[in-house]
Design a protein around this ligand. Structure first.
Ligand code: AMP
Ligand code: MG
Length: 344
């Protein structure tokens, strides 16, 4: 057997390094920057023209409070997080915070709309394949995922009522990593909006929210990295978020085959198609994050069709005959710039 973990796997943060803000050197002096560590990756805030009485250390504190909230509530890595406690709490109604309820509610609606491609209760599968909190543990049976693991996900039957959540199966467990970072980003954006900041870019790992006219007044530009190096596409955002899910960020290779951290809950296996990434632009980072994962699982045919039919802004990158081929929905084209930085 030959199994290896990628260096990037150590980043833990799915999506890191995929989306990069393109900040012209000439405009950098007009930007204030705040940065720090969160959720196994970095967060970065760029604010344009922030000198008007803005006290950055206090802003940084408020931002980090929001990020800490996500970690404290939704981390699957932190013993004692609200999610970890729920996962081990049996089948009774469990009192949950408004943040957890809001994220879970969105997760369940994406789960429904994606026909189960996205699954809020994928934790047993994530653990089984070794992408959970216990590093280095990976599936022992490569051909057949045990029925008990599959049914724990399929029969989780997560329910919500005001203030409470519940699961049907005692061993069912939530994993909201595919959406939690998006919600954190939206809450950081709310902090900035409330402080009266109108021109900013916030990124956590590879997810980004941008608003305003950007560093040189012509918009915030974001590069979508080519998995083979360089920038594949440039988009411009003002008041939207972008998130990316890919099979090359967190995976291991065994006997020459790639096993990605994004799992298809219906087969119980890492996705088998040849998509390498899906980027989604949406009004909120939570939607962008959840749908990037969901469309990635749905794959190049069903996923692309779903995105077009629902007017979603999505970019699919697929490996084909040793090459990478792009498919962008019409809604995604609206955010795209050509190589000269001009709208397509
Ligand atoms: P993302 O990078 O946002 O696509 O999220 C990937 C993470 O979400 C994985 O590391 C798992 O923790 C979790 N996950 C994997 N497969 C799924 C799925 N089908 N539905 C929901 N969450 C998933
Ligand atoms: Mg996601």
């Amino acid at each position: 057997m030959n199994t290896s973990w990628t260096r990037r796997q150590l980043l833990r943060a799915a999506g890191a390094l995929v989306l990069v803000p393109l900040l012209p050197m000439s405009a950098r002096s007009a930007l204030s920057e705040l940065t720090g560590r969160t959720m196994g990756t970095r967060y970065r805030v760029h604010i344009r023209n922030s000198t008007n009485g803005l006290y950055l250390p206090k802003l940084k504190q408020s931002i980090e409070r929001e990020l800490e909230t996500t970690d404290r509530l939704l981390s699957t890595y932190r013993a004692g997080s609200e999610l970890v406690r729920f996962n081990t709490a049996g089948t009774r109604w469990y009192a949950a915070s408004p943040t957890t309820l809001r994220v879970l509610e969105t997760a369940l609606s994406v789960q429904y709309a994606s026909g189960g491609a996205f699954n809020a209760a994928a934790a047993p599968l994530v653990d089984y394949w070794g992408f959970g909190p216990q590093p280095g543990y990976y599936a022992r049976n490569w051909t057949q995922v045990p029925h008990a693991v599959l049914s724990r996900v399929a029969d989780a039957e997560i329910q919500i009522k005001p203030g409470y959540i519940r699961k049907h199966d005692r061993l069912a467990a939530l994993d909201l990593n595919a959406i939690a970072k998006g919600d954190a980003l939206d809450r950081v954006a709310t902090v900035l909006n409330s402080a009266g900041i109108v021109d900013y870019l916030v990124g956590i790992g590879g997810e980004i929210v941008a608003k305003g006219t950007g560093p040189d007044g012509s918009g915030w530009r974001i590069g979508i990295e080519d998995p083979n190096g360089g920038i594949r596409r440039t988009i411009r955002l003002d008041g939207q978020a972008v998130a990316t899910s890919g099979d090359y960020v967190n995976y291991f290779v065994r006997d020459g085959k790639r096993y990605s951290h994004i799992l298809d809950p219906r087969s119980g296996r890492p996705v088998e198609h040849d998509l390498t990434l899906v980027s989604v632009v949406a009004d909120t980072a939570m939607q962008a994050d959840a749908w990037a994962t969901a469309l990635f699982v749905m794959g190049p045919d069903v996923g692309l069709q779903h995105a077009i039919q629902n007017a979603m802004a999505a970019l699919f990158l697929q490996r084909m005959h040793g090459d990478l081929v792009e498919f962008a929905t019409p809604a995604f084209q609206r955010f795209s710039l050509d190589t000269r930085g001009i709208a397509l």
